[in-house]
Design a protein around this ligand. Structure first.
Ligand SMILES: NC(=O)c1ccc[n+]([C@@H]2O[C@H](COP(=O)([O-])OP(=O)(O)OC[C@H]3O[C@@H](n4cnc5c(N)ncnc54)[C@H](OP(=O)(O)O)[C@@H]3O)[C@@H](O)[C@H]2O)c1
Length: 169
């Protein structure tokens, strides 16, 4: 998850898309490589980790949100295509969590997001999988889901506050 000002002309074309490579193409390639093996199992599961930022863009990390929205779309298609197999497809719509991923954002001007304990987050994910919940929304991700439906413009405005100065060009 990278903080990127799209005004920054020094960012090269392969650099700007590096998150797509890791966050979107990585999981797609991995699933494709494992599918033949998983299909031979009595039961199997794929858990793709997206983000609340798949639901509402976080403009200071513009590529990250795009990769997570893409992964969410792909995961829904994967679930449909695997419906007649023994493979279950889960999506963990993770909220902000206390991990190094947020180091760059924690002290950003206008950033005011409660970060979940990663142990609690993983625990919720495992419980969700045990209950066959295809889409798992720990902590504030559930609220973000409803708010992104009810008031998408308002939510985008809220998430646009972090790094507003840097994004102003
Ligand atoms: N933390 C949050 O607030 C949050 C919120 C929503 C979703 N998520 C998602 O949760 C997942 C885990 O994130 P995290 O918070 O645990 O992040 P993190 O603490 O930054 O850890 C990221 C992990 O990804 C590995 N990684 C990064 N680039 C890689 C690459 N090019 N190839 C292979 N491995 C690579 C890192 O490996 P090294 O340690 O070897 O560098 C590290 O183990 C991610 O999919 C993230 O998008 C996190």
């Amino acid at each position: 998850m990278r903080k990127i000002s799209l005004h920054d002309a020094s960012i090269g074309l392969s650099d700007i898309t590096s998150e797509v490579e890791t966050n979107l193409m990585g999981p797609i390639r991995m699933v494709q490589a494992f599918l033949p093996h998983l299909k031979q199992m009595k039961s199997a599961a794929i858990l793709n980790v997206t983000s609340g930022l798949a639901l509402v863009p976080f403009p200071i990390a513009p590529i990250y949100g795009a990769t997570k929205s893409g992964l969410r779309s792909y995961t829904k298609s994967l679930r449909v295509q695997l419906k007649n197999t023994t493979i279950k497809v889960f999506e963990l719509i993770a909220p902000a969590a206390k991990t190094p991923l947020n180091d760059e954002f924690r002290n950003l001007d206008g950033y005011n997001v409660k970060q979940m304990d990663p142990v609690e987050l993983v625990d919720t994910a495992l419980k969700g999988m045990a209950k066959d919940k295809h889409e798992i929304y720990p902590g504030i991700a559930r609220i973000l889901f409803f708010m992104s439906r009810i008031a998408p413009g308002f939510m985008l405005k809220q998430l646009s506050k972090a790094g507003a100065k840097e994004m102003a060009g």
